[in-house]
Structures are given as structure tokens and as C-alpha cells.
Write a protein that binds this ligand. Structure first.
Ligand code: 13P
Length: 250
């Protein structure tokens, strides 16, 4: 039985004041006996303070990216060890905005995955196709290639300590979510692919869906057999909506 996980990716939003009020409202609204694990991923500069606000709660802290390097002269980068040091348990790697806006390729994403794990962070490893790729029937090929790039470096065993997030690029921030069937097809493909390498890992790995998840569509998406929760962008900035999404995953 896989425990559902709902992760909020705040992206480059918020301020100290906004975050404090978002976290306080969220903690008020989350059901104390909720069955889903809840994670928030604020911008780096707010990690420490957000972690302090969450310290007596079950809500976990994650960062939105990490450097592939361990330490040194890498201006502007944040290492996995630093993220861990300020209380992170999870790190998003391979988000489509990093891939498409900042040119992070499969090989770099694989190195970030390794860097996160080697410092005790659980990677939330994002995969997903663009609209062009979907319309030219290349979804499976693209997602498989993104996963193979990590597998080639880590092997399947590493996925015992990782989360996968399927985020079709065309669904991110567009209001146009993948239908539950469209998402389920890709999730099942990912699970089958990993199960072919290691049955236990295929069965146990949590695969989140991300892309225009809202309170109105979360329950239907999360009811699909291979969708184990969500990676939520815009709707995670509204405490009441995010709490409803978490409740939908219980
Ligand atoms: P939206 O929920 O805003 O579409 O963003 C999804 C996402 O990119 C989460 O990482």
C-alpha cells in the first residue's frame, strides 16, 4: 500500500509575511488524521524559516532544485547538503521549468538526483512531455528516455528512495490538466517499466501527477490506480485549496 503524497511547489512566489500566513492557515486547515503525507517546497531563501514554522507538524520540507556539485566555486548554486542542513527531506529535480527555461538536460538531472540522494534527500524526480511531443505520439519515448538517463547512473534500486512526478509540460500552469485516463496511462507505463527491472520497486514507488491540479479535479485524478498524489503549483499557494487537495488524497 503506497501512502499518498501531496507536494506544494511554491516556485518563485511569496515573501516572509505571505509564507508565514500560508503555513499557519495550512496547518489550521489540514486534517490531523489525514492519510496523505504533505510536503511544501518554498524558495531556497525561505526554507529555514518555513521549516521553523512546520517544526511541530507532520508537514515535510523540500527544495525546488539542488546543485549537482557537492561544494565549491559554483556561484549561485545551493548544494544538497545545504538543503539538508536547513531541514529539507525532499528535493525536486528535473522540473520542466529547469529543463526548458534553464537548459537542464537528462544527464544533469541524473547528477542532481544522485547528489540529492547522497546527502539524504529524497528526489522528487520530474518527467513529462511537451505538447508537440504528445501530439506526435512521443510521450512514452520521451518519458522513458528521461527515466533511463537516471537509471543508467543509479540503477533501479535508487528508486526505492525516490518519488517520481509525471508533469506533462502542456498541463503546467495552463489550467488544462491531463485527464485522469491520460495521466493513468503514463503512470502505468512508468510503473511497468520499473517493475520490469525490480518488481518490488515498481510496486512501491510513488508516482505523483502534476499539472493544473486543483481542488476540483484532485479527487478524480488521485482515484486512478497508479496516481499516488500530486505535485501542485499554483493551487498550493492557497491554503484552503491546497488543504482540500490534500484531503482528496487521503
Ligand atoms: P501548476 O499546478 O501551477 O500547473 O504547476 C504544476 C507544477 O509545475 C508543480 O511542480
Amino acid at each position: 500500500m503506497r501512502q499518498p503524497l501531496v507536494a506544494g511547489n511554491w516556485k518563485m512566489h511569496g515573501s516572509r509575511v505571505d509564507n508565514a500566513s500560508l503555513v499557519r492557515s495550512l496547518l489550521d486547515l489540514l486534517r490531523p488524521d489525514g492519510g496523505a503525507e504533505v510536503l511544501v517546497c518554498p524558495p531556497f531563501v525561505y526554507l529555514w524559516e518555513t521549516g521553523r514554522l512546520l517544526k511541530d507538524s507532520d508537514v515535510q520540507l523540500g527544495c525546488q532544485s539542488v546543485s549537482a556539485e557537492a561544494q565549491g566555486a559554483f556561484t549561485g548554486e545551493i548544494s544538497a547538503a545545504m538543503a539538508r542542513d536547513v531541514g529539507c527531506r525532499y528535493a525536486i529535480v528535473g522540473h520542466s521549468e529547469r529543463r526548458h527555461l534553464y537548459g537542464e538536460g537528462d544527464a544533469l538531472v541524473a547528477r542532481k538526483f544522485v547528489a540529492a540522494q547522497s546527502h539524504g534527500l529524497v528526489p522528487v524526480f520530474c518527467v513529462g512531455e511537451t505538447l508537440d511531443e504528445r501530439e506526435s505520439s512521443r510521450t512514452t519515448e520521451v518519458v522513458a528516455r528521461q527515466i533511463d538517463a537516471v537509471l543508467a547512473v543509479t540503477g533501479a534500486q535508487a528508486f526505492a528512495r525516490a518519488i517520481i512526478a509525471y508533469e506533462p509540460v502542456w498541463a503546467i500552469g495552463t489550467g488544462r490538466n491531463a485527464s485522469p485516463d491520460q495521466a493513468q496511462d503514463v503512470h502505468a507505463m512508468i510503473r511497468t517499466k520499473l517493475a520490469a527491472l525490480d518488481g518490488m520497486i515498481g510496486e512501491s514507488v510513488r508516482i505523483l501527477y502534476g499539472g493544473s491540479v486543483k481542488a476540483a479535479n484532485a479527487r478524480e485524478l488521485f482515484s486512478m490506480p497508479d496516481i499516488d498524489g500530486g505535485l501542485v503549483g499554483g493551487a498550493s499557494l492557497k491554503a484552503d485549496e491546497f488543504a482540500q487537495i490534500c484531503a482528496a488524497a487521503d
